[in-house]
Design a protein around this ligand. Structure first.
Ligand code: ZN
Length: 309
């Protein structure tokens, strides 16, 4: 992409800081976090520039915005020099702030393989303002809203990820399935760490799908029929909490569907143990776990289709 300097000439000294309301103060000054899926820029798609709510400094371009399914505006690049990174007080994450005024923006994550740049700036909508391209004569960005296909993501844990990935990738409308780890406390865990059962992660898959061809509900129904949702912390021969049954939802709608399907199975007499949890960071597993059965040319030992609905 072409990077163009915008908003130059303004320094913190000669620029008026915008008064903040209480919610903005909580996030920008006191490093709070807005509720996921609540911000006005989460699904926002329009060519232009996202600027600091407090001081107006240009921070991100719409061309670098993508839908990470996490509930907050996500960008895989910043305007050069606009964003400062520091270790977060929690000792794990990397905080991002406006380089000009120090206002809190959110956090930056690496290695999630969500975009080719492999970076996700997770930013509070409350920390941002937006200047449409029409009013921003320096914008040369290409709007991503012109993308041909809008995909969605779903995250399921149902035992050994080799088998879940293999079974779900067969469904028409599924673009990509990645095996990984979620729901634990260690950053970027390895398979050995997860197998030690000390990190709390589940083996899981992240499914990228085209909602025009397959719905989240169809995917979730299949998920309940390719693993046994009544087995607690195991799946067939694989025993341990890393093999637990859990749905990590990316939106209130996904949560509603997951809970509806569990209720439907319970009404049929299944003692479902599947947990329904808000999605946290999904860590893709090592390359040798991806497309395992395709590369080996064998069939899953751990997963088979069973009609339950
Ligand atoms: Zn600022």
């Amino acid at each position: 992409m072409t990077l163009v300097a915008v908003g130059t000439g303004a320094s913190p000294q000669n620029r008026t800081m915008k008064p903040l309301n209480d919610e903005e103060k909580r996030v920008i000054l006191h490093k709070g976090t807005e509720a996921p899926f609540s911000g006005r820029f989460y699904k926002h798609q329009e060519p232009g520039t996202y600027v600091c709510r407090q001081c107006g400094a240009p921070l991100y371009r719409s061309a670098d915005k993508f839908d990470a399914g996490c509930g907050w505006p996500s960008f895989d690049d910043e305007i050069p020099g606009a964003v400062k990174r520091s270790p977060d007080a929690d000792g794990r994450r990397t905080e991002i702030t406006c380089a000009r005024c120090g206002g809190h923006l959110g956090h930056v994550f690496f290695g999630e393989r969500l975009t080719p740049r492999n970076v996700r700036h997770c930013v509070n909508s409350l920390s941002l303002d937006f200047i449409p391209a029409a009013a921003d004569e320096s914008s040369q960005s290409e709007p991503r809203s012109g993308k041909p296909v809008e995909t969605d993501t779903a995250i399921f844990a149902g035992g050994c990820f080799w088998g879940v990935e293999h079974m779900l990738s067969k469904l028409p409308g599924v673009r990509d399935v990645v095996s990984g780890y979620i729901g634990g406390k260690t950053e970027n865990p390895t398979y050995e760490q997860v197998c030690s059962h000390r990190t709390g992660h589940a083996e899981a898959v992240r499914v990228t799908f085209d909602p025009r061809q397959v719905s989240y509900e169809e995917l979730a129904r299949l998920f309940f029929e390719i693993h046994d949702p009544t087995q607690l912390n195991r799946q067939g021969p694989d025993i341990g909490d890393q093999y637990r049954s859990e749905i990590f939802y990316n939106s209130p709608e996904q949560r509603r569907i997951a809970e509806k399907l569990i209720a439907e199975l319970q009404s049929k007499g299944y003692r479902v143990v599947t947990r329904v949890t808000p999605a946290s960071t999904f860590w893709p597993a090592e390359d040798y776990h991806q497309d395992y059965y395709e590369r080996k040319g064998t069939k899953p030992y751990c997963h088979a289709y069973t009609k339950r609905f």
